[in-house]
Design a protein around this ligand. Structure first.
Ligand code: ADP
Ligand code: MG
Length: 238
């Protein structure tokens, strides 16, 4: 499950309305990409969904339930941070198990989930290493592992590949897409990179100034951009 609806949500920082009233539905199992230029509100929107920021108005539902006032740890979502968010002094195993330890799961259940995640991510042979002994791609997989073990209703990714070099980024994009399909979860992926949006998304949400310019599949946006901004941003030739 992972059906998310945003109903007239807003976010104001001091006097500035960063997100004017916004409506969006994300279907269960969809890979949705929020794309737009730097400062357009992508991270803010993701943080509102995650509960890391409170909305100024409106309602957020997950699988029909109003979670607007529910704290992040109880929304059933997992945010994937960039690889540098790992704990350098902990083994891969302890890094991946971290959210489970916080949630108070018993050791056997922690191990089961960590080993399942490691298998899916090809990290089984690296569980006793420290992050510093891994490649950039492996570190990113550990960060994803830490999200997987929580068995979330949806994954929230905020520019997870922006630290990686171009070649590695292409490989990790494919890995994240495959993982999404294999785990059959909902994913929301934030990026300012049009190529990432076009290659990964079932549905693209184009943002500018906190507003949704257009929502559609990559091919719909490419063929029928609603305005010049979308056309220019998606790179349609007309
Ligand atoms: P993006 O992720 O698309 O680059 P952000 O969501 O980080 O954009 O930021 C959107 C806007 O909100 C920017 O103008 C930014 O300066 C502002 N903003 C974000 N977080 C805060 C905050 N905690 N306090 C004040 N302004 C903020
Ligand atoms: Mg951002």
């Amino acid at each position: 499950m992972g059906h998310i609806t945003l109903e007239q949500i807003t976010k104001q920082f001091d006097d500035t309305m960063v997100i004017p009233p916004l409506d969006l539905t994300i279907e269960d199992g969809e890979f949705v990409v929020f794309v737009g230029p730097s400062g357009c509100g992508k991270s803010t929107l993701l943080r509102l969904i995650a509960g890391l920021e409170d909305v100024s108005g409106g309602m957020i539902r997950i699988d029909g339930e109003d979670v607007t006032a529910v704290p992040p740890a109880r929304r059933g979502l997992a945010m994937v941070f960039q690889s540098y968010a790992l704990y350098p002094h902990m083994s891969v195993r302890r890094n991946i198990a971290f959210p489970l330890r916080m949630a108070g799961l018993d050791a056997a259940e922690q191990n089961r989930r960590v080993e399942d995640a490691a298998r899916v991510l090809n990290l089984t042979d690296y569980l006793d290493r420290r992050p510093g002994q891994l490649s950039g791609g492996q570190r990113q997989r550990v960060a994803i592992g830490r999200a997987i073990v929580r068995e979330p209703a949806a994954f929230l990714f905020d520019e997870p590949l922006s630290n990686l070099d171009a070649a590695l980024r292409v490989g990790m994009r494919l890995e994240i897409s495959e993982l999404h399909k294999r785990l059959k979860t909902t994913s929301i992926y934030v990026t300012h990179d049009q190529v990432e949006a076009m290659t990964m998304a079932d549905k693209i949400v184009v943002l500018q100034g906190g507003r949704i310019e257009q929502v559609g599949s990559p091919i719909e946006l490419y063929r029928h951009p609603r305005n010049r901004f979308v056309a220019g941003f998606i790179g349609s030739p007309r």
